[in-house]
Design a protein around this ligand. Structure first.
Ligand SMILES: [Zn+2]
Length: 463
């Protein structure tokens, strides 16, 4: 074989059948050969020596808030995807709570054009599925899913502004049905607003609007507001047969409902967020206040989540990367209900999960499945993404399992200047990240190109 663009040598490469020692040759952004010389070329424009390192598919983040357009004081598509690249994410799926929210074809096209000029990693964007008349047209633009929040924000109008939330079951059913007809999955943030009105009202009556009150309200009666919402969703899914992807899975009851749906062969899946696995302890709720997102996840629930990751009930990690400025967050100490929920997550979650691998909480194979492989299958970009094989995009994370370091805001590429994980020690970090064969990050530092990220549409075969 002649000279190629990129050669990654001497690493251990993840495949669905296990890790294998192979070199990887890349041309035109695609993997063109796997093996060893003389099958593979000796030289290339760029050679990465991955001796002692492991190579996994680039991460797919199915839940990133790029904040652009409309909230670029928090983050924009360039900073969000710089942080993504540094953290090993090579494909990022954006969420519709931008301004204007992506409820129409016109807005969707404008957002995609803007992203094309400024994104560093490949991307897609989930439009809002709240306007039934717009759904068929939006589906033709190439999204991989639709998104609905079952939330109406109380005391603030962000991150769940009017137009993207539905808290009426009839409306929700109609939207779910219409999205189902497009063949695309519906991603839903489950939330029982009526029940939440009652529960949070009890705290407000006592004039308790602290971060602790907020965290307790969301987890009251073992997470009842999540569970009643999920029960509605799973029942609607059963009636419609449509694809359902549940966001923010964090309760044992929710997991039981999902297990049952999967056992019945229904097209249901879910994500787990890094904040649920690592951040939402009561200790952190007290110490970090508004910077701890506000969602408390008690130890028994975290335990149930690890079990569900290991038995395959949990399909993907969605970062729910959701930055807000320090000023916006600081308000939460006094009144958590006036403070936007959400935390930056995208740059460090691979390290957090690699650290969990080193602690024996999950296998590296499982981590690869929930961080890229499963997402590519569920959202129908497999085998172009989510696997290292001939013909796939050369989206690679070369990582050093021996790396030891500290998470610090000093090395963050995202726009905001804090991290809830500040000072945490971690084992494992991406050494080199490539997006379609081009190096986008080295040793946690972004080195890519704005505008290099491509809009990856869903496969046309679905029409
Ligand atoms: Zn979110």
């Amino acid at each position: 074989m002649e000279k190629v663009e990129l050669l990654v040598k001497n690493g251990e490469v993840w495949t669905p059948g296990g890790f294998v020692e192979t070199d990887i040759a890349v041309n035109g952004g695609k993997i063109v050969a796997l093996g060893k010389p003389p099958v593979l070329p000796e030289s290339a424009d760029t050679v990465i020596d991955a001796k002692g390192k492991k190579i996994i598919p680039g991460l797919i983040d199915t839940h990133t808030h790029h904040r652009d357009p409309g909230f670029t004081h928090k983050e924009d598509i360039t900073t969000a995807t710089m942080a993504a690249a540094a953290g090993g994410v090579t494909f990022s799926i954006g969420m519709p709570n931008v301004n204007p929210p992506t409820t129409t074809v016109e807005r969707y096209r404008a957002l995609i054009e803007h992203h094309k000029k400024n994104a560093i990693v490949d991307f897609n964007h989930n439009p809002s599925g709240t306007v039934p008349e717009e759904i068929p047209g939006l589906a033709k633009e190439g999204p991989l899913a639709f998104k609905i929040f079952m939330v109406k924000d109380t005391g603030r109008d962000y991150p769940h502004m009017p137009g993207i939330g539905i808290n009426n079951n009839g409306e929700l059913f109609k939207c779910f049905e219409t999205v189902g007809q497009t063949g695309l999955p519906l991603m839903v943030h489950p939330h029982d607003q009526d029940l939440m009105d009652e529960i949070e009202g009890r705290y407000w009556k006592r004039e308790d609007r602290s971060p602790q009150a907020y965290a307790k309200a969301y987890r009251e009666f073992d997470g009842i507001i999540w569970d009643t919402a999920m029960s509605t969703l799973f029942r609607m899914q059963k009636a419609l047969g449509a694809k359902l992807h549940v966001l923010h899975m964090s309760t044992p009851e929710g997991l039981a409902m999902l297990r049952r749906a999967k056992n019945e062969g229904r097209p249901c899946s879910c994500e787990v967020n890094p904040w649920a696995m690592f951040l939402g302890t009561w200790e952190n709720v007290e110490k970090l206040g508004p910077y701890c997102l506000g969602f408390w996840v008690p130890p028994a629930h975290v335990e149930a989540l690890w079990q569900a990751i290991n038995d395959g009930t949990i399909d993907v990690i969605g970062t729910d990367h959701a930055p807000h400025t320090k000023e916006e967050k600081e308000k939460g100490w006094k009144d958590m209900w006036s403070c936007p929920g959400g935390e930056p997550q995208i740059q460090d979650y691979l390290s957090l999960f690699l650290d969990a691998v080193n602690q024996g909480k999950l296998s590296l194979d499982t981590l690869v499945r929930i961080s890229s492989y499963n997402a590519a299958k569920i959202f129908n970009v497999y085998p172009r993404k989510g696997v290292i094989q001939l013909g796939a995009d050369a989206d690679l994370v070369v990582f050093d399992p021996e790396y030891r370091g500290i998470i610090s805001v000093k090395t963050q590429h995202m726009n905001v200047d804090y991290s809830a994980f500040e000072g945490w020690s971690i084992e494992g970090r991406p050494s080199v990240v490539t997006v379609r064969g081009e190096v986008a990050a080295r040793d946690g530092k972004f080195v890519g190109q704005p505008g290099r990220g491509r809009f990856l549409m869903r496969k046309p075969s679905h029409f």
